[in-house]
Write a protein that binds this ligand. Structure first.
Ligand SMILES: Cc1ncc(COP(=O)(O)O)c(C=O)c1O
Length: 388
């Protein structure tokens, strides 16, 4: 059987990790993989996560199964973080293996409900298209961000969505757009919400960076407006970045519906799909999130640490944009984009030159993880981009 298989290429972003590791240059810079890093280049464990793990270690008395939908208290607490303290919508969720697991489950549900198509912004996180195609969905694209001018293409996006058919799904990033970092204003969200409602589309909102852009509530404001306006939506949540739980594979998918009965029906389908795939989600990460969000002290400490990460990113962005000066026509936009990523107007050969000559690593798309910069090194690194 295996003879009939052909070798698959490594994921380019994951392959970059290995190439970076093997580079002996002491001043190498990793702007590739999408994890938060501190000034020392370390991807830290949140203080509150360590404290929660201690509590779990001391109090957990069984490793028996939890439930196919995961831990209900985790789901409730996470939903109040995402949807707001008193969301006025009907929702039902399932715990998933990370945000990717939530997106795959959403795609399977969309397919199961008879919708064949999902609209995806260009550019987007590369794995989006792969996940949707693997679930058998047809992927249509809408313009989202113009790299040379570093501008959002909202009018073109809305023009494209005008062609979508009622019932089509549309993927929207909740905040901190990956890869562009381009923020949506409240007015942009209002226009997107109006188009989705007018066309009868079903939004799949991907929330993977809450807290890194405009703060915990600011990053969820657009999402909250959208789900309050539409009869049906899916919200995929990743705890990988906001809680630093990347390897614990922690996330959730919520179905928002016109009635609680409809939301519960959607959830029963999600549980059934999960049962024939991974059966049940991993528990450890959700136990950590539940412990943090359920404790006023740990929650405060976690949100303060997250806020310090957000501020570090904003400071790095400003410093980097300033140091780049007039390198590109709209370099100033990089300073005000949000979250970890920006998509620089670089050719693949410029990316390779930076890698080979200067030890600055990023994927050939030109996406950089701003958190990979160090404030003490921003001017030098910006100089390498300017000398291309
Ligand atoms: C936009 C976006 N959505 C979802 C995810 C999934 O994250 P995970 O599966 O690690 O929770 C990522 C991860 O990089 C992402 O960038």
């Amino acid at each position: 059987m295996f003879d009939r298989l052909t070798r698959q290429p490594d994921d380019p972003l994951l392959a970059l990790i290995g190439i970076f590791k093997a580079d002996p240059r002491p001043d190498k810079v990793d702007l590739g993989v999408g994890v938060y890093r501190d000034e020392a280049g370390h991807s830290p464990i949140f203080r509150a996560v360590k404290a929660a793990e201690r509590i779990i270690w001391e109090s957990q008395d069984s490793k028996s199964y939890v439930a196919p939908e995961g831990d209900q208290r985790f789901l409730d607490l996470l939903w109040s973080l995402v949807g707001g303290p008193a969301p006025s919508v009907h929702a039902a969720g399932v715990q998933t293996p990370g945000g990717s697991g939530a997106l795959r489950l959403a795609a399977d549900l969309i397919r199961q409900a008879g919708t064949g198509k999902i609209w995806l912004g260009l550019p987007s996180w590369p794995n989006h298209a792969g996940i949707f195609a693997a679930a058998g969905l047809e992927v249509e694209t809408y313009p989202y961000f113009d790299v040379p001018s570093q501008t959002l293409q909202l009018d073109s996006m809305l023009d494209a969505l005008r062609r979508a058919q009622p019932g089509d799904a549309v993927l929207i990033h909740a905040c901190c757009h990956n890869p562009s970092g381009a923020p949506l204003s409240a007015d942009d969200w209002t226009r997107i919400t109006a188009m989705i409602t007018a066309r009868g589309l079903v939004p799949l909102i991907d929330s993977a960076y809450q807290g890194f852009g405009a703060g915990l509530d600011g990053d969820a404001a657009g999402l909250r407006m959208l789900i309050a306006a539409v009869p049906e939506a899916l919200v995929a949540v990743s705890c990988s970045k906001s809680f630093g739980l990347y390897r614990e594979r922690t996330g959730a998918l919520y179905a928002v519906a016109a009635s609680q009965a409809a939301a519960d029906t959607a959830r029963s389908n999600l549980v059934a799909i999960a049962r024939t795939s991974y059966s049940m989600p991993p528990d450890h990460g959700s136990a950590i999130v539940k412990t943090i969000l359920g404790s006023p002290d740990l929650r405060r400490d976690w949100s303060e640490e997250l806020e310090s990460m957000r501020l570090r990113l904003a400071t790095l962005r400003r410093a980097f944009a300033e140091a780049l000066g007039g390198r590109w026509s709209n370099t100033v936009a990089i300073g005000v984009q949000e979250g970890m990523f920006s998509l620089l107007p670089l050719t693949p050969s410029e990316v390779l030159t930076l890698r080979e000559k200067s030890g600055v690593y990023m994927p050939t798309s030109g996406r950089i993880n701003v958190a990979g910069l160090k404030l003490s090194d921003v001017t030098r690194v910006a100089g390498l981009f300017k000398s291309l």
